[in-house]
Design a protein. Structure first.
Length: 260
């Protein structure tokens, strides 16, 4: 029987859990890269940055796929685990100290900037988006997944039905209260989610920082990612703004690809 993953922040996982999750990270890396390829090619040896790299699993996955991938991560423990993971796999897993709002790399450096389940946790979303824009090469892509205000179901906190639909100000107060008083509800995260997105909010914030095109998850999903039922559902979702809207309510989370 498949073991259920613990509700715990990524940076708090044991090394055995990191190794157990590696195959899923490698599949995710392949999925992200195939989706991005539909709008901007990401050839082998492209330079990729993973924001909030945690233990470096995505960095390791991209490196093993033939890309030059580096990570930024504020947790010293997570960076240590990333170095250990590189030693274990026999590949370089380069994760440096930094945050989404302060990326320690030069301007116009990366072909892809990736942030999975990170942006909801940052203190300053606009600064994070500005930094992603700064380190991207012109014409390249910033991809992020985050918490959604559209869907009532979410994974950021336990015990609060329909939490996604709470007002953002109330969600923040509850998350900060849980961090200090009921940390198990937020996976013992020291930086619980504080930001939730709708499609219009994401586009507004990204375009404010200079990104010229924004694609949502339904734009980038491929018909080859599932079976016949998946293909029918995807065509239906992609057919109108209304069906996209309904799909965003039904499926938790959100993701966007923004072109510099």
């Amino acid at each position: 029987m498949k073991q259920k993953r613990r509700h715990i922040a990524t940076a708090q996982r044991s090394f055995d859990e990191i190794l157990d999750d590696l195959a899923r990270k490698e599949k995710w890396a392949q999925t992200v890269l195939s989706r991005i390829d539909r709008i901007v090619p990401v050839p082998a040896n492209s330079r990729i940055l993973d924001i909030g790299a945690a233990s470096g699993s995505f960095v390791a996955a991209c490196t093993r796929l033939g890309y030059r991938c580096e990570g930024v991560e504020p947790s010293e423990r997570a960076r240590s685990d990333a170095a250990r993971l590189g030693d274990h796999l026999g590949v370089p897993v380069h994760v440096v100290a930094g945050t989404a709002e302060s990326i320690p790399f030069e301007h116009d450096a990366f072909d892809l900037v990736h942030a999975s389940n990170v942006i909801e946790h940052v203190a300053d979303v606009e600064k994070a988006f500005a930094e992603a824009y700064r380190v991207l090469k012109p014409g390249c892509v910033f991809w992020f997944t985050a918490a959604s205000s559209m869907c009532p179901w979410q994974v950021e906190i336990r015990g609060f039905p329909l939490f996604g639909w709470y007002p953002d100000s109330l969600k923040r107060r509850i998350m900060l209260w849980a961090k200090d008083n009921r940390p198990h509800l937020v996976g013992y995260s020291k930086a619980p989610a504080l930001n939730w997105f709708t499609p219009w909010k994401a586009r507004e914030l990204l375009k404010k920082q200079g990104f010229r095109e924004v694609y949502d998850r339904w734009d980038l999903r491929g018909a080859d990612e599932g079976g016949a039922g998946y293909r029918i559902a995807l065509r239906l979702i992609q057919s109108t703004p209304l069906t996209k809207f309904l799909a965003d309510i039904a499926v938790h989370g959100c993701s966007y690809a923004a072109v510099k």
